[in-house]
Design a protein around this ligand. Structure first.
Ligand SMILES: [Zn+2]
Length: 289
């Protein structure tokens, strides 16, 4: 019987994605760095704050600036959702979604919770409003730091296992990033490059706010990171929704019971590793192995 594994587009088993919030002016510089190295990012934007303190990217600039990246929901006015009544949660997400879609011209189906605030109720409402993923403002690196290891924080992620933080999400409605860019980003990037067990899928997920680079005068962190991990043919560079959508395509594949062929009922292609070969199954095709 054929041995079949899921792989990412291009036959890769590693994916890198980024998620940056609030849509402030510093996004211009961040986008130019990401574009230089072919790295994809999801930008989570508010809508009603945009008219304007002069600190946010004006909406008329969004389609061109964020082209090739993803624009996603960050609620209309950036409230702490877990403190809000349900009708307000609904309004904040839905009005933001509608406004973003009118500006960007594509369905907006993902979000990052503002102020890191969510609970079961927020996740349920977000899903009901068509959100297919929701990022929380924490990360795996911080989550695994015990009080003891946190005291040694300066030593960085070497305290963690080599593969810690790179597993695929178990719950996309509580999508937990690998690290904030201030949490040893370069060290995590180097570890990510070193991951080489093809029997696993690996994800690196970085989050933050572009204004933090300006405030902390550390643009070099993201420049060095992109230089390190960008432009490689063994990493799939994807926005958040591209990962979710690819999972959908792959999970929709219809395999023969004996693994001798597969049918792809979706429009988008799927990639498989069949024994030692990589196989692309285009939309609508049946492929025999
Ligand atoms: Zn925010």
């Amino acid at each position: 019987m054929n041995k079949i594994y899921k792989v990412f587009p291009g036959g890769n088993h590693k994916v890198l994605t980024l998620s940056y919030d609030d849509g402030k002016l510093e996004d211009r510089r961040l986008v130019s760095i990401l574009n230089k190295y072919g790295i994809k990012c999801t930008f989570n934007l508010n809508s009603s704050q945009q008219e304007n303190t002069g600190t946010h990217i004006p909406p008329e600039e969004w389609p061109e600036l964020y082209a090739g990246h993803e624009v996603a929901v960050h609620t209309s006015t950036h409230p702490t959702l877990a403190r809000c009544p349900e009708n307000e949660i609904v309004y904040e997400i839905l009005s933001n979604r509608i406004e973003l879609e009118q500006i960007m011209g594509y369905p907006v189906r993902g979000m990052a919770f503002p102020n890191g605030s969510c609970d079961d109720r927020c996740c349920r409402i977000a899903a009901d409003l068509g959100m297919r993923y929701a990022r929380i403002a924490a990360d795996k690196y911080a989550a695994v730091q015990s009080a003891e290891t946190y005291a040694k924080d300066a030593e960085g992620p070497m305290l963690l296992g080599d593969e810690t933080g790179f597993d695929m999400p178990s719950d996309y409605m509580r999508w937990l990033p690998t690290c904030h860019h201030n949490h040893h980003l370069i060290d995590f990037g180097q570890k990510f490059l070193n991951l080489n067990k093809p029997q696993y899928l690996y994800m690196m997920y970085v989050w933050g706010h572009s204004f933090e680079f300006e405030r902390n005068n550390n643009w070099s962190v993201i420049e060095d990171f992109c230089k390190l991990v960008g432009g490689r043919d063994d990493i799939w560079y994807a926005t958040n929704i591209e990962i979710v959508d690819y999972n959908y395509v792959f999970d929709s594949l219809q395999f023969a019971a004996d693994n001798s062929f597969v049918y792809n009922p979706c429009a988008a292609p799927a990639w498989l590793k069949v024994n030692d070969d990589y196989v692309v199954v285009k939309g609508g095709e049946t492929v025999h192995f």
